[in-house]
Write a protein that binds this ligand. Structure first.
Ligand SMILES: C[S@@+](CC[C@H](N)C(=O)[O-])C[C@H]1O[C@@H](n2cnc3c(N)ncnc32)[C@H](O)[C@@H]1O
Length: 186
């Protein structure tokens, strides 16, 4: 949904171990990527040479206005203490008409799948995730934040309020995750 052009500057916010920095780099090796996350130890796990890594808080980005041609935020917005403020920061650091991709867990709408998904999210995710990772708290956090996050329509309103138009939207796994391709309004 978002393929950078050679020489463009992209921000991977809440980059974690850099899965999306690597995807951007694979799509366009000549893109200049800044990977930002407020957890510096996780950034260190990113392979060297893919992105310039910077420890920073999404709510107070240390970049000048218009610094980036595009951004990606994958499974990050749901974790921000103040998503509206983070979106305002993303808008500030994006150049006019710049674009961004936000990928986030959402709740499926179809009733039969929704019921199965609620069971999966409430029981399997914390249990199996906790068992495999050894961190039950992390997977309880995942369930809690997915349950309390915006609906798709609420999130589109939040994006509009922050000065972004949704150019394209793609639902995956019957809506368990949704990608929003957005453009900065002029
Ligand atoms: C679920 S991980 C996603 C990582 C990566 N984008 C991916 O998809 O693999 C969420 C990341 O958001 C980061 N994060 C949460 N709140 C943040 C904030 N306010 N500022 C910067 N990073 C934040 C966490 O440190 C964590 O690495």
């Amino acid at each position: 949904m978002v393929v950078p052009a050679a020489g463009e500057r992209f921000l991977d916010l809440a980059a974690g171990t850099g899965a999306f920095s690597r995807a951007l780099h694979a799509a366009q090796p000549a893109v200049r990527i800044v990977a930002a996350d407020f957890c510096v130890p996780i950034l260190r796990r990113m392979p060297a040479g893919v992105a310039h890594r910077i420890g920073s808080d999404a709510l107070r980005l240390p970049f000048r206005a218009g610094a980036f041609d595009g951004f990606v935020v994958a499974f990050g917005v749901r974790n921000f203490a103040d998503p509206a403020r983070a979106l305002a920061e993303l808008r500030r650091v994006l150049r006019p008409s710049g674009r961004g991709l936000i990928l986030e867990f959402m709740r499926p709408e179809r009733s039969w799948f929704g019921a199965a998904y609620r069971l999966y999210l409430g029981l399997w995710v914390p249990f199996l995730g906790g068992l495999c990772s050894g961190s039950f708290g992390a997977y309880r956090h995942l369930t809690r934040t997915v349950r309390s996050f915006f609906t798709r329509d609420e999130f589109v309103s939040l994006l509009a309020g922050a000065g972004f138009s949704v150019v394209a939207r793609r639902e995956m796994t019957a809506g368990a995750a949704t990608a929003f391709l957005v453009q900065k309004d002029s």
